[in-house]
Design a protein. Structure first.
Length: 123
């Protein structure tokens, strides 16, 4: 049996953004559960995702909101948002309209670490 302190769990969504105003978002494929990508969301991205049903993120390199697939058409339609116990990370279960990685790979996680080398995964 698990025991939680009075303040550890709540039924209210109160995301805990870090000092930069971001939380981690892991995207998994709604069909097979594979990891598609990891991104960061600020309040604006979280609100846009909620409002549109399409995955939005905060681009740290560009310093602005972006909708995944806005130029490529490879959008991520959100089926479910899972929130971790601390509310500082989310998992987005999504249906992908094409490859997720900017390289054209199905997933951003297309290589495995073997020793000090990166080896491409099959398929």
């Amino acid at each position: 049996m698990y025991s939680f302190g009075e303040d550890s769990l709540t039924d209210k969504f109160e995301p805990k953004f870090d000092a930069a105003g971001l939380l981690t978002a892991v995207v998994i494929d709604a069909l097979d559960g594979s990891v598609r990508m990891v991104g960061h969301m600020d309040r604006e991205a979280l609100d846009a995702t909620h409002r549109t049903g399409l995955a939005h993120f905060h681009s740290r390199s560009r310093g602005k909101l972006w909708c995944k697939g806005e130029t490529s058409g490879n959008t991520l339609t959100v089926e479910e948002i899972l929130v971790d116990c601390d509310q500082d990370a989310v998992v987005l279960r999504c249906r992908a309209a094409g490859p997720t990685c900017h390289t054209g790979a199905r997933s951003c996680f297309f290589r495995r670490l073997e020793g000090d080398d990166l080896v491409a995964l099959e398929g």
